[in-house]
Design a protein around this ligand. Structure first.
Ligand code: COA
Length: 326
């Protein structure tokens, strides 16, 4: 029986060289290392250098993912970048990346679902490949999120960082149970005021800064992520014990720990990078995935559970049997 599915065959990531620890941050923001660690689990973040853009981060991550897949830009049919911090309002950062990696025949576009951007982009690419729009896609989460921060607002500026991660998706015949097993997305604009940026081209012709009601976001995060993960498990006919690795959005270690408990997973089956990366929005899941593949924890054939929530509110979860059948 022909069982066509979309495989996740390779991953790559990139972090800007500049590391800002909580101690350094405390020299210009009214905060301290102990508060940030206790409330969030964050110890440091990487920040883009002057002149370094989201497209540069995306290009570095994409080049590594392509090399790991043994492919070049020529092999790619679809490029999707999930980002809230594009280089320009238009054209899309994805078209810039297309040019940089010489993916001449690809279609390229950005999507905007803030911190849930990677799971949204994964779902879109899966649907496009399944419907015959190409054989291979590059899905990238890339952010220069520091550009949206108000460095006078200690309740938000300590939480975020910059970076990029990319995965290669390939349509495969007779894939068995490999590849993207399920993905579920949700949005609820009733909560658009609890996490947003107070700027934009059509509202006040400015870029704006992140504004957040942290406690409210925290409450929704745990409840909605647990519920969407149940939906994704049920859609894939799986149970939490079938998961090898939880690769969650890296916003706050307390949210990650709450998900681990709700799913009843051992702590060492959860990838945590929030301590080193902080919250890199759409880049956080592919960055975490890349870290755990690179250090050998995640292996070919492991079943991954990914989940994320972001401003909108938007949230989603995806289950993937990683790699390709050997
Ligand atoms: N350094 C030191 N003190 C700080 C601080 C900082 N960076 N930020 C806030 N505080 C202070 C507050 O002023 C407040 O002081 P007060 O009690 O004297 O008024 C105190 O710490 C508690 O603030 P509060 O906002 O109630 O803390 P919290 O326990 O809710 O933790 C967050 C704040 C942001 C860490 C937490 O709400 C959170 O993680 N929310 C989810 C955020 C998130 O994940 N967003 C992204 C989703 S994609």
């Amino acid at each position: 029986m022909n069982n066509q599915r979309v495989l996740m065959t390779a991953v790559g990531s990139y972090l800007p060289a500049n590391v800002v620890t909580n101690e350094v941050l405390s020299s210009f923001v009214d905060t301290d290392d102990a508060w940030i660690r206790r409330r969030t689990g964050i110890a440091q973040r990487h920040l883009v250098a002057e002149g370094e853009t989201t497209a540069d981060l995306a290009c570095n991550a994409a080049a590594k993912a392509l090399a790991n897949a043994g492919l070049t830009g020529d092999d790619i049919d679809i490029i999707i970048i999930a980002t809230t911090t594009p280089d320009n309002t238009f054209p899309s950062t994805a078209t810039k990346l297309q040019h940089m990696i010489e993916a001449k025949d690809a279609i390229a576009f950005d999507i905007q679902a803030v911190c849930a951007g990677f799971v949204y982009a994964l779902d879109i690419a899966d649907a496009m490949l399944q419907s015959g729009r190409g054989r291979r896609a590059l899905v990238v989460g890339a952010e220069s999120f520091s550009k949206l921060l108000d460095w006078e607002d200690r309740t938000t500026c300590v939480l975020f960082g910059d970076g990029a991660g990319a995965v290669v998706l390939e349509l495969a015949d007779d894939a068995g149970d490999w590849g993207i097993c399920s993905s579920v997305l949700h949005s609820d604009g009733a909560y658009r005021d609890i996490l947003y940026v107070d700027g934009g081209p059509s509202s006040n012709v400015s870029v704006g800064h992140v504004r957040m009601e942290g406690k409210e976001v925290f409450r929704h995060a745990v409840e909605k992520l647990a519920s969407v993960m149940d939906e994704a498990l049920s859609a894939a006919n799986m149970q939490a014990r079938d998961i090898d690795w939880l690769v969650p959005h890296q916003a706050n270690v307390r949210i990650i720990d709450a998900m681990q408990k709700k799913m009843d997973l051992p702590s060492d089956r959860v990838v945590r990078t929030v301590e080193q990366h902080a919250n890199t929005s759409a880049a956080s899941i592919p960055l975490a995935l890349s870290a755990a593949v690179d250090d050998g924890r995640i292996k070919n054939g492991d079943v991954l559970a990914m989940e994320a929530i972001g401003g909108g509110l938007v949230w989603g979860a995806a289950l993937v049997k990683f790699g390709r059948p050997s």
